[in-house]
Design a binder for this molecule. Sequence first.
Ligand SMILES: [Zn+2]
Length: 261
Amino acid sequence: MSGTEGVIRGTRLPMRAAIVSLLGAALAGAQAPQAPPNMGDLKAFLARRGIPSGVLTRAEWGAVDPKAPLKAMPTATRITVHHTMEEFPEGLPDSIGEMRRIQELHMRGRRNACAELFDDIGYHGLIAPDGTFLEGRPFGSLGAHAGGVNNRENIGISLMGDFRRPEDKALGAVEESSRPGCEPAPVPLARGHSPTPAQMRTLEAVILFLAEKHDWKGPASGFIFPHRHFRVTECPGAALLSELDGLKVRVDAELPSLRGR
Ligand SMILES: [Zn+2]
């Protein structure tokens, strides 16, 4: 007994120091999760890549506050790409108007329509046809875009436009009914937009920004998904879907050049 104590006593200080150090590191890791990516950093990242279109924060596009506090999403491991299946606005003022309208749709719905309602805009960000990124719900909050558990650790980015081809319309004849007393609204005919090069450039940059922030490793097919990966839906539309393979190749080529690799 005493011999053992002696051994411990002889090493007490260094052992204690080592334990405190280990505990400190563990606690630091546990108590200080990585801060979520913010709009200031994203602005700087896009500027470094020479992307002329900017970033608009919620305040800058005039978001209303969430109806209720959003659940936190401490980390993200993937991104889901959507289209809004709505208008294809020309110019920034129209894009801001569209952003406000989509937030309203996600929070209040269309009259009598059955679409699920959310506490805030469902996506973490939207990309206007001119390439401007408009902040959605904060990156550090759980999204409402991929359905239930699919939203976990999942950032939802949506490109403004309706990228269905006319022949795609049969897939989504009506909205899903989730509320009593509502009428399933007919889904409008495909408008046949195509994503602009500016939208694709911003999408690529946003994904690289998130990959850097969250230390996502390649291949990009492990963290970039179209909405239709998670459920039967036309989203993000055939014209955008056909762009995603090329996008993943470009992201894979750029991943090694990100800071800290
Ligand atoms: Zn979608």
